[in-house]
Design a protein around this ligand. Sequence first.
Ligand SMILES: NC(=O)c1ccc[n+]([C@@H]2O[C@H](COP(=O)([O-])OP(=O)(O)OC[C@H]3O[C@@H](n4cnc5c(N)ncnc54)[C@H](OP(=O)(O)O)[C@@H]3O)[C@@H](O)[C@H]2O)c1
Length: 269
Amino acid sequence: MAINTLTGKVVIITGASEGIGRALAMVMAREGCQLVISARNETRLASLALEIAHYGPAPFVFAADVSSAEQCQALVAATVAYYGRLDILINNAGMTMWSRFDELTQLSVLDDIMRVNYLGPAYLTHAALPHLKASEGQVVVVASVAGLTGVPTRSGYAASKHAVIGFFDSLRIELADDNVAVTVVCPDFVVSQIHKRALDGAGKPLGKSPMQEAKILTAEQCAEMMLPVIAMRERLLITSLRGRLGRWLKLIAPRLIDKIARRAIASGH
Ligand SMILES: NC(=O)c1ccc[n+]([C@@H]2O[C@H](COP(=O)([O-])OP(=O)(O)OC[C@H]3O[C@@H](n4cnc5c(N)ncnc54)[C@H](OP(=O)(O)O)[C@@H]3O)[C@@H](O)[C@H]2O)c1
């Protein structure tokens, strides 16, 4: 597989301080990418930068909140000032919820999720686009299987992931003549911080993960699956068999896919 096409590429990864983004930064550094690692937590970013510097070029660290259009612009400007170009933008930062909609008492949960999961990638991609056109580069978004079908306790999250998939599927068509690739990644459950940081109905983090973590993908496994898909500039990765089958089941047996989603949340895997 042509993973070596990634060597030397200038890559921004958002949400690099934890979980999938952190694991992806490690594997992309291994492939010789010139990384910009971003998130809000500067201490976690600094510790990742040290780890990466053991076996690859030291990454450029830039702290930013993707829900701010100004900070997204600053991240892109700093990247181009530092490396002189941008080849791949990976919109990975995200957050989730864990509450039935009828138990939601803080409607701001819906705003927060939409700002980070949908508006963040839109703002950042808008700032990056002139540079991605110049490099005939690639934009990647880490969406979710919850962007392909409904998931109970995740209504606001599923809405944000459906939005981001619709957005990037539209952008792919617009950018075809510019030779900028658009890759949508839909992970199924992955071990990360997102489950314990999920907002409950009152807008407070759950504090512990309700997932059966031994039964789901690790962040490292997810990152290894993403690597060739990004290198080959493919349009879509769905990490699980039920996710891939689910797209067809939704057309021919929609009640069955609802049942599978209900069971996945109830069992935590
Ligand atoms: N884990 C799963 O089961 C799963 C499944 C499907 C899809 N996904 C998606 O995968 C992506 C990565 O999630 P993860 O599971 O790796 O979660 P995670 O461990 O909680 O990591 C989320 C990352 O996003 C960053 N982040 C959150 N809000 C941000 C903001 N406003 N601005 C900038 N960075 C922000 C966090 O860093 P700071 O707090 O330092 O900012 C952290 O680095 C998300 O888009 C998520 O929706 C995850």
